[in-house]
Design a protein around this ligand. Sequence first.
Ligand code: ADP
Ligand code: MG
Length: 701
Amino acid sequence: MSSSILTSPIEYLKGVGPQRAELLQKELQIFTFRDLLEHFPFRHIDRTKVVPIASLHPQSDFVQVSGMIMSLEEQGDKRSRRLVATLNDGTGPLELTWFQGMAWAQKRIQRGARYLVFGKVTFFMGKPQIVHPELEEFVPEKTNGKPFLEPVYPSTEKLKARALNGRQIGKLVGQLFEMLSPQDLPENLPPSMMARHGFLPRYDAYRQIHFPARPDLFQKALDRLKFEEFFFTQLRLQLIKLQRHQGSKGPVFEKVGDLFHGFFRDLLPFELTGAQKRVLREIRQDTGMGHQMNRLLQGDVGSGKTIVALLSLLLAVDNGYQGCLMAPTEILSQQHFEGIAKMLEPLPVKVAILTGSTKSARRKEVLKGLEEGSIDIVIGTHALIEDHVQFKKLGLAVIDEQHRFGVAQRASLWKKAAIPPHVLVMTATPIPRTLAMTAYGDLDYSVMDELPPGRKPIKTVHRYESKRPQVMDFIKAEIAKGRQAYIIFPLIEESEKLAYEDLMKGYENVKAYFPEPAYWISMVHGRQKAEVKETNMQRFINGDTHIMVSTTVIEVGVNVPNASVMVIESTEKFGLSQLHQLRGRVGRGAEQSYCILMTGPKLGNEARERVQIMTSTNNGFDIAEKDLELRGPGDIEGTRQSGLLNFKLASIVQDKHLLELAKQEAFSIAEKDPDLSTSENRIIKEFLLSQKGKTAWSKIS
Ligand code: ADP
Ligand code: MG
């Protein structure tokens, strides 16, 4: 096969050898010719551009200047001996320094002659200099030609020390292209698609990205290869989804039974929103077909995902199956359990809770009930996915606040039944659409973009520390109206002594404003035992305390509709989606609610931007998009491990249009020719097969 040359060990490339090969492997994970081919330059230098010395600045990096050598002398004593030349182009002086090869340089350089000098500018004592420049005699017409774009590659200190800096790596890539021919990089897109988008052939694209003949060709090469990255991921995901829809067996929820109907008719405490109804329809459709459902439900904070989960669970029970609801924390599991058990009380459904703190006698009962099938619905934490938890007939697993669970954890759930259960994954905070589509494209996807009626938008303001007394007075006024308030401090990790001290100081401070017995305060943080946490939380939920001082342990899910104020301390330490999630803890009742973002007097640019976004919108989907723009996909929770967003060239933020194109093409092929059997598409199939096992994707079932 023609791929053989690209799989050659890098050691065998001319100019590499065993020692450099080892370094390239260690430092840049370049093992083969292909790895080097895919080590893309991060910039190109136009070698025909000559800049005035006076315009150099500390960020100039590699430059080319031309001028006359004014002086040339050896400096320093034995150990720091160096050759120093001064070049002047009429706009100012530039120092050229050699520590090595002095004799050679001295021979070549003549005072009073003009040279073209190339190298990396550094500043020393405010003056520009180039150490070990490249230097050639100045020939005027040389600079009048077309641009000559030389690639510069990512490198590391260790590599630079071994004469493999960003430009020297380019020499190796040049060597590589000496050996490559178009057959080594066969086309993988059908001709019609190439024509439709005017793409460069694959070989040309690689070549132009490393050694562009012109800037516009570089751009075209980039587009082609970015498209390719998007296209093949999208196509793979589409094909997986299709396979699941057609192939994998799932429990059949064929009827809507008495439980669902009974609950809907008599017990539902409110009218469902349009979005809730739509999602339920989608779920009913999915689960009735005999294929496994794998659905991602995206809903903004407070959009009412819990009731959708509950009705879906009833659907499972109606059809003779068990269901489970998994939440990321004890508090949240407890709250789900209490809420759901209460709502289902009048119905013949057995609901249980299983968490890490379930006492062993009770645990035994629950495990037995699940195994025998006497428990219909179980709610809990990670404890649910442990091996000894066996179900008689698990038909549906709902995972709340999904991104706290890893892919592997999710996968272990569906090993619990002969036919894998349907899976409904509910996100805590919206994931940007583009990202969800890319990372979770193999899942079916529902959006709840509508809040229950009658909610007043939360008013969000920014307050500096100096306004603390007024903020505290405001909380007092709200408490006087019968409301409750949250005051949130940044998360305490085991090791974060400082954050813990901050919280304690904050707590004392709050207590000073709100003394007992006029006011009661709950405090919850990560270092407390589960029982203590729970008691404190419960007192706040019951309305026995006025204020909840907490770290972000309450971030997800808790529902206390009477709370109307959310104060976030040290706002600058929180990310956008976290802030939005926290804000979502208020505004759950009919009252006007407030979110107050406290910060110190000085704010960095990014923190300022986050505050600005928070005070200008309540829409989680918009915030998610901004978050993606500000932080990039790598930092969005839950996506890092998917490995799917690690594109070499493409960025789902900057290359949205290409992503959209790729998605359209992939969808159309998956729809018309899912087996990739037409002569047009065979080329795609061959490529996919040759890539097998190379890419991991977020196959969650
Ligand atoms: P989230 O989507 O953030 O999990 P929840 O399911 O906790 O939201 O719902 C938030 C609040 O809205 C709860 O108090 C819930 O009872 C209420 N709620 C849910 N759906 C509706 C609806 N259709 N009409 C009125 N209130 C609703
Ligand atoms: Mg929730």
